[in-house]
Design a protein. Structure first.
Length: 184
């Protein structure tokens, strides 16, 4: 092993022992999970080591640099999680969400009629044009705010509220016969 690699390994080891706990604390403020914070800190130092990033524990900017790497890894993790959750919600919407939607005034008697309810919801949604379907998916399924949807589309906030209300009212009306009746 040459001297340069040996020096590099020593510097990374010193940085690891010197900054690991503070990196974990810093990441904990981003992801709010102790175990995940430790994993992200490990990933940070692993990246520094595997990419042979030159770090010097005696330089002033080293701690800031390591923190920025760890922060970026944490943010990337949260973005991946949000994307996965969004995909799961989309799948949930396409398969079973209409049955359980709080927008349609729960509870529905869904266990026996689940397929029929899904068919009714699908046919009701197809009667609306794409803009209304988009608004419903974004606001109800993905849980985005009206302002967020308005900024991402060419629709005004008023139109988004109007479209959302029209679809929810229509689904309530179409699913009324499946609504659970309280027998008090």
């Amino acid at each position: 092993m040459d001297i340069a690699k040996c020096e590099f390994y020593k510097k990374v080891a010193v940085c690891y022992s010197k900054y690991f706990d503070s990196v974990v604390s810093h990441i904990r403020t981003i992801v709010f999970d102790d175990e995940l914070s430790k994993e992200i800190a490990q990933e940070c130092f692993l990246r520094i080591f595997s990419r042979s990033i030159k770090v010097d524990p005696d330089e002033l900017g080293t701690k800031t640099y390591i923190f920025s790497i760890a922060k970026n890894i944490g943010i990337d993790y949260l973005r991946r999680q949000r994307m996965e959750n969004s995909l799961l919600k989309e799948k949930y919407y396409s398969e079973a969400m209409p049955v359980f939607s709080p927008e349609i005034n729960q509870p529905l008697e869904y266990s026996i009629f689940e397929n029929e309810i899904n068919r009714i919801v699908a046919s009701s949604m197809q009667e609306f044009h794409e803009a209304k379907q988009y608004v419903f998916k974004e606001t109800v399924v993905r849980g985005k705010g009206i302002a967020n949807v308005s900024n991402r589309s060419s629709l005004s906030r008023y139109k988004i509220k109007k479209y959302r209300k029209e679809i929810v009212d229509r689904l309530r009306e179409d699913l009324e016969e499946y609504r659970y009746k309280d027998k008090r």
